[in-house]
Design a protein around this ligand. Structure first.
Ligand SMILES: NC(=O)c1ccc[n+]([C@@H]2O[C@H](COP(=O)([O-])OP(=O)(O)OC[C@H]3O[C@@H](n4cnc5c(N)ncnc54)[C@H](O)[C@@H]3O)[C@@H](O)[C@H]2O)c1
Length: 366
């Protein structure tokens, strides 16, 4: 274990539910971060009992947290509708603020908070943790390094079958629904990867479960550089489809599941002049003649095509906390910028607007 120094920063959590507890445990486990979680504020007495059992100070009010001069960082882990007001008052009280996603209920709120952070000179950073997911980082590496050639199209899916959890997530006034829950991850990752404006958006929200909020959505995005993507979030999919599928003119990659089953297939040389017709289903085809006869064994039977395992990536989501510490210490820039969060919320609003109007929306200029 590394040599311990006294914690340089003291953090209070607002909202000691699933994520408040998660961040507290992570920060306590990280030897190299030196952010000490000292207390919490939560409106639920049961959460306060949990916090006391975990050895944390329980504040009587959010105002009491913000008045505590020992606290220099606040982590907002409450339902989505309360993020804005807590963020503004914490920044104005001189605290650095970390905040759960979705940062805000809409892009306008996020612009306001970003401006207050700028004005006060304090950090406001959103926990966009799924930028560190291994599957996304494998896709990003294949995209960046053109390991299947120049990618033209990507499908990204998050599929579950348990509906929306029966808490605040089903209620519009708390910012429930999948656009704000998983849209902020899936679309955010796409915008992080593709360095080009989003010129066209077509969206369809799902209300299959009869809630007031969307239980999923499908969106088609076209970027100014011509790259296209489909994002599909479903809570009613009992047979999840591939999480990522990306193609170029010379290759395809698939990541099937959270366990990172998947493969790349790519052409290694010039295409054969003409394929031989083969029996496929009840007919003959040249165009759709299968190339790979044994995917599981990663075996190709029809050169010039090769099947490869997914490349390795080395990513650590704990770098979120390390970066936060470095930013408040003045030695790094935020790894998650407020501009990127505003951009993501703007594109999500375009998806909702498109679903309402059945029209293509143009959130950004080429
Ligand atoms: N980044 C991720 O992977 C991830 C995962 C889950 C949730 N989240 C986000 O974290 C936030 C919290 O989600 P959760 O799953 O922890 O919810 P949760 O319901 O488990 O916990 C929320 C806590 O906040 C408390 N609370 C509610 N309103 C409050 C208020 N006005 N002031 C103080 N406390 C209040 C509740 O009593 C509860 O203890 C949400 O914004 C959610 O979208 C992020």
């Amino acid at each position: 274990m590394s040599e311990q120094t006294a914690p340089a920063h003291k953090l209070a959590v607002i909202g000691y539910g699933t994520q408040g507890v998660y961040h507290t445990r992570n920060l306590r486990a990280l030897d190299d971060v030196a952010i000490d979680v000292v207390g919490i504020y939560d409106t639920d007495p049961r959460a306060n009992e949990d916090a006391e059992a975990d050895g944390l100070h329980v504040y009587a009010s959010a105002e009491e947290v913000l008045a505590d001069e020992a606290i220099d960082i606040v982590f907002i882990c409450t339902p989505n509708d309360s993020h804005h007001d807590y963020a503004v008052s914490a920044l104005r009280a001189g605290k650095h603020v970390l905040c759960e996603k979705p940062a805000m209920m809409n892009a306008a709120e996020m612009r306001e908070v970003a401006a207050v952070a700028e004005e006060t000179g304090k950090l406001f950073m959103v926990h966009q943790n799924r930028r560190w997911d291994p599957d996304f980082n494998v896709i990003k590496k294949i995209y960046d390094e053109q390991l299947i050639g120049a990618p033209t199209y990507l499908e990204q899916r998050i599929h579950g079958s348990r509906g929306i959890p029966g808490d605040w997530r089903q209620l519009p006034e708390h910012g429930g629904g999948m656009i704000l829950d998983w849209g902020v991850h899936t679309v955010d990752r796409l915008l992080t990867m593709v360095d080009s404006p989003v010129v066209d958006v077509y969206g369809e929200l799902s209300f299959a479960l009869g809630h007031e909020v969307d239980d999923g959505f499908r969106a088609h995005l076209t970027f100014a550089d011509g790259f296209r993507a489909m994002v599909d979030v479903s809570t009613t999919s009992f047979l999840p489809e591939a999480k990522f599928w990306m193609q170029s003119a010379t290759g395809t990659v698939v990541i099937e599941d959270w366990e990172m089953n998947g493969r790349m297939v790519r052409r290694t040389g010039a295409e054969e002049d003409d394929a031989t017709p083969v029996q496929a289903g009840v007919g003959l085809t040249k165009t759709m003649a299968p190339r790979i006869l044994d995917y599981k064994a990663l075996a190709s039977t029809t050169p010039p095509v090769e099947v490869l395992p997914l490349p390795e990536v080395d990513v650590d989501v704990m770098d979120f906390y390390r970066n936060a510490r470095d930013v408040v210490d003045g030695v790094a820039e935020p790894v998650i910028t407020n501009e990127s969060v505003i951009r993501c919320l703007t594109v999500l609003e375009a998806i909702v607007e498109s679903s309402r109007t059945h029209e293509v929306i143009h959130p950004e200029q080429a």
